[in-house]
Design a protein around this ligand. Sequence first.
Ligand SMILES: C[S@@+](CC[C@H](N)C(=O)[O-])C[C@H]1O[C@@H](n2cnc3c(N)ncnc32)[C@H](O)[C@@H]1O
Length: 267
Amino acid sequence: VHKITNLATRIPVTALIMDRNTFGYKLRRASQAPTKIIPYFRRLWRNRNIRKTSHGFLDFYGKVIDEIAKDSPSLAIGASNEDTWESVGQLQFDFLSQHGLKQTDHLLELGCGNLRAGWRFINYLAPYHYTGIDISGRVLCSALDTLVKHNLQSKHPLLYVTDTCACDFLPEEHYDVVHAHSVYSHLPIELINQSLEAVYRIVKPGGFFDFTFLPTENAPYSFCDEDFYYPGDCLLAACEKAGFSAAIMPDWKYNQLKIRAKKLGKQ
Ligand SMILES: C[S@@+](CC[C@H](N)C(=O)[O-])C[C@H]1O[C@@H](n2cnc3c(N)ncnc32)[C@H](O)[C@@H]1O
């Protein structure tokens, strides 16, 4: 009931939360979307080849994103057209600015992509107060184009490419807010655990970390090693283990759910 009352309203509950590991689910998906069967096998083949030259998951996934970004950086971050790119960026900005982000805050965006939300945060915050990190060099080059397009050079955002979840190059207890949209939906649980520990170190006491995830029932599920689905309770437990106090945010309306993980203490 907890999960159902917290679901995005635009998508029927049953379409979001179900046990995706069952054979029945996979058969139903294939029959509902027969045109996706060939692209699915192409994706498996591409990933199999990329995996052969990769060292660990993040290296593999960074190369997958880089590969897609050769043709379209926006597609690589999941936006199939300009309208989606704009609207999902706006949605993230509106939500966070209405749920605690202040103009004086220091914000870290984990998996910032090509700044579809990031350029709005950069515009809103004081100079040097935005940091964006990503594992894809190509996507970050496209982020620089977004900066230029919106004339935001004087805001001096800090943009870093990384190949780990450690965030060890970032200062301790520096960020008021950390934001990750559609990033943990692409990571296995071991890396989510590492990332949560890293975020806990760099967020200020009294600060918070918002991240979205793809929900599923019962057991975690992964699709093509690119999309990872988790039961909400599994991620809430991971947050608690890293030291946060966490809850699903009831008024986030999108096809992923959002958790706010708070680092308790004075700000
Ligand atoms: C689906 S895209 C979303 C991008 C951005 N958050 C947005 O909403 O536009 C996920 C992004 O996260 C990046 N990414 C995935 N895992 C990451 C990690 N562990 N650290 C930093 N970036 C990561 C990917 O390269 C990709 O650009």
